[in-house]
Design a protein around this ligand. Structure first.
Ligand code: SF4
Length: 252
């Protein structure tokens, strides 16, 4: 028995005690800060180098719904654009994903956009069906990790389930290819009301590097309101977990 206790002690805590208060490594690319406005020449260069049109020229900003966090903009003007390790960047308001000059506050949820039934019905238990709509498996791996022993989102009653008929909402990763458009609709239709739509990762939020490709079909997203945008490329499990907790009005 003493031996077992020694092993427990040696291993330490296997889980993140508070997903809302974690200091990620400084190398993590989270919420950017634009501390000085780039001049016109620099903006032209940024517009040309950004692979996903995430640079907004007027007023100057970075759109986290399009950003793939490659950091090329930082490398071009390191004294003006920096990336913090703030991972709490999920929101239900698409406009809040655009980080402007001087913004240095955490990305927040817009309470006016939270549907009333969400907190009433799902606060204690939320089952989700994941749809990989032409995802590249990176976002899907991070979502898997959200339920592992480290991040353990199951402690908040949040879990993935195998069937949309057992789910309270769908979580989409990937840009939604033509081939996955109908499957996405079928999966949504099979989920009972009231149901959530959560977009995870740059590809799902904006199409990412596939934006404008004839191989994708994002008409599904024009039909329904999105309840939560979780940026990242791929999104970090802590971004996902904290985003859902804010949406449900729960503390981590
Ligand atoms: S980090 Fe984002 S905004 Fe900057 S160049 Fe890369 S994709 Fe564009």
């Amino acid at each position: 028995m003493i031996k077992e206790f020694k092993i427990f002690r040696q291993h330490g805590k296997q889980f993140v005690p508070n997903p809302g208060n974690v200091e990620l490594a400084p190398l993590f690319r989270g919420r950017p800060i634009i501390s000085n406005l780039p001049d016109e020449k620099e903006i032209d260069k940024l517009l040309a180098l950004c692979p996903t049109n995430a640079i907004v020229a007027k007023p100057f900003g970075i759109d986290l719904g399009k950003c793939v966090f490659c950091k090329e903009c930082h490398f071009l003007i390191p004294n003006k654009i920096n990336f913090t390790n703030d991972y709490k960047i999920a929101t239900n308001d698409r406009k809040k994903l655009i980080i402007g000059f001087g913004d240095n506050t955490p990305v927040k949820l817009n309470p006016d956009l939270v549907r009333k039934e969400i907190r009433k019905v799902f606060k204690n238990s939320l089952k989700l069906r994941q749809i990989s709509a032409a995802g590249d498996n990176s976002g899907e791996m991070e979502l898997n990790a959200s339920g592992n022993v480290n991040f353990d989102m199951g402690r908040y009653g949040i879990e993935f389930v195998a069937s949309p008929r057992h789910a309270d909402g769908i979580v989409i990763t990937g840009p939604i290819s033509e081939n996955m458009a109908e499957a996405t609709q079928i999966c949504y239709d099979a989920t009972p009301d009231p149901k959530l739509i959560i977009l995870v990762g740059t590809d799902a939020i904006s199409g990412g590097i596939f934006e404008g490709s004839p191989a994708i079909n994002r008409d599904f997203l024009k039909k329904y309101p999105v309840d939560l945008y979780v940026p990242g490329n791929p999104a970090h499990p802590l971004t996902f977990i904290n985003g859902i907790l804010s949406l449900l009005g729960k503390k981590s």
